[in-house]
Design a protein around this ligand. Structure first.
Ligand SMILES: [Zn+2]
Length: 176
């Protein structure tokens, strides 16, 4: 269990833009960022990012800037068994490097200019770590109707109807 220190926490994203010259001027000096970000632009077909707590350290090493630390990603998703909405959190450890002439898929491009916006990198981390097949709980058995299939026999099977016929059923009188 990794515990996050959330003192000096601020909700927002302004402190996720860092000053590049300042970092490069003091190589080996660690800049810590503890923050929360209302990340709402990252989603997949299955899940959506809600909030990211971050506790990261930035350090300039020669002309590169390294970012290491921990992210806690809160998300909403749909349970793959019962299809109910569910929420959860994922811990992500990062060790990323920003440099000029970045290697595709290995390091991030250090922009020309004064400001390094960490949000695109953090968004990528969120995207890669959103659950593909979330469960509302490990013991989720799926929707109640499923048991009629498992013990399928006679009338039980009728419980699973094509919803498109439901409207017709309402028009019919009971036959017994
Ligand atoms: Zn479920």
């Amino acid at each position: 269990m990794i515990r996050m220190k959330l003192n000096n926490e601020s909700v927002g994203s302004t402190d996720l833009i860092v000053d590049i010259p300042k970092l490069l001027r003091s190589p080996g000096e660690v800049t810590n960022i503890v923050s929360s970000w209302d990340i709402d632009s990252v989603q997949t077909a299955y899940s959506k990012a809600v909030l990211m707590h971050l506790e990261i350290a930035l350090e300039a090493i020669s002309d590169r800037i390294t970012v290491t630390g921990k992210l806690k990603l809160h998300w909403t998703s749909q349970c793959r068994r019962c299809l109910e909405a569910t929420t959860g959190e994922t811990l992500i450890e990062i060790h990323e490097v920003f440099e000029e002439g970045a290697s595709e898929g290995e390091t991030f491009e250090l922009p020309v200019g004064e400001k390094l916006d960490l949000k695109p990198m953090l968004s990528e981390q969120a995207m890669l770590n959103l659950p593909l097949a979330a469960l509302c709980s490990e013991s989720c058995k799926g929707p109640p109707e499923t048991k009629f299939f498992i013990h399928a026999s006679g009338s039980a099977v009728k419980e699973k109807k094509d919803p498109r016929w439901a409207i017709l059923d309402q028009l019919k009188l009971p036959e017994d």
